[in-house]
Design a protein around this ligand. Structure first.
Ligand SMILES: [Zn+2]
Length: 236
């Protein structure tokens, strides 16, 4: 009986470290997911800026083409001037040239505005590019640390599980089943100590007779309140 109890206590201690490893593992996995999300967020900002720049560059190219067309119009009209015979036609061509020049001026102003907008966005993008590069470096470094930690967790976990299987095999099937059931139903805590007459699993007072019987180690007792398997540390 003493050996069974000892096995159960060792098993519970092992399961406690397994559960705490699993919790740490979860925290690390969540941290890794958080870093990936943050990286995607900054990348989306960079991509969005590039999209805006591309769109402005496209508009600028259209304006530039229009300017080339207007320059050709002006040149063509000016070349016609010496050959013009009538005053009416002359006025019409001059008006054409005026219009083309007015349009040219407008387009030039628009090109200037686009250039300014592009420059502002490019500056913003340079900053975001740098932020993204710095973040990526940080994420890569942290991910490497996390990967190493997860690897070592997995290695420890494999060893712990192997140990766990051995311990479980040492228990009679009924005790093993009870332990597993209590683990599931009592948030991973199946075996607990009793101290000063109370169960440390649920903190309820135990019947004095039950508490005293724990010192005799004649049977594996359970707490009447939470059903957990209870024991006393003989040293206390
Ligand atoms: Zn209890």
């Amino acid at each position: 009986m003493q050996e069974q109890l000892h096995t159960l206590i060792t098993l519970q201690e092992l399961d406690n470290t397994i559960n705490s490893s699993l919790r740490e593992r979860k925290v690390l996995s969540e941290e890794r997911a958080g870093l990936a999300t943050e990286q995607e967020r900054v990348k989306a900002l960079v991509d969005e800026l590039q999209k805006q720049i591309d769109s402005l560059e496209e508009q600028r190219a259209e304006l530039s083409n229009a300017l080339t067309r207007e320059s050709a119009n002006i040149l063509r009209a000016e070349n016609r001037l010496p050959e013009i015979k009538t005053q009416k036609e002359y006025v019409a061509v001059l008006k054409e040239i005026d219009t083309a020049k007015r349009i040219t001026k407008e387009k030039q102003d628009q090109v200037k505005a686009k250039d300014e907008a592009i420059a502002a966005l490019a500056e913003d993008k340079t900053e975001k590019d740098e932020a993204f590069a710095a973040l990526s470096a940080k994420v890569a470094q942290r991910n490497a640390e996390i990967a190493a930690q997860l690897d070592s967790f997995d290695q420890e976990m494999a060893e712990k599980n192997e140990h766990r299987t051995k311990l479980l095999k040492k228990l009679p099937a009924a005790v093993r089943k009870r332990y597993q059931m209590l683990l599931d139903r009592r948030a991973g805590l199946a075996v607990v100590a009793a101290r000063d007459g109370a169960c440390l699993g649920c903190n309820m007072q135990l019947p004095p007779q039950l508490f005293n019987s724990l010192f005799l180690l004649q049977a594996i007792e359970s707490c009447p309140h939470c059903n957990r398997l209870i024991y006393v540390n003989q040293d206390n």
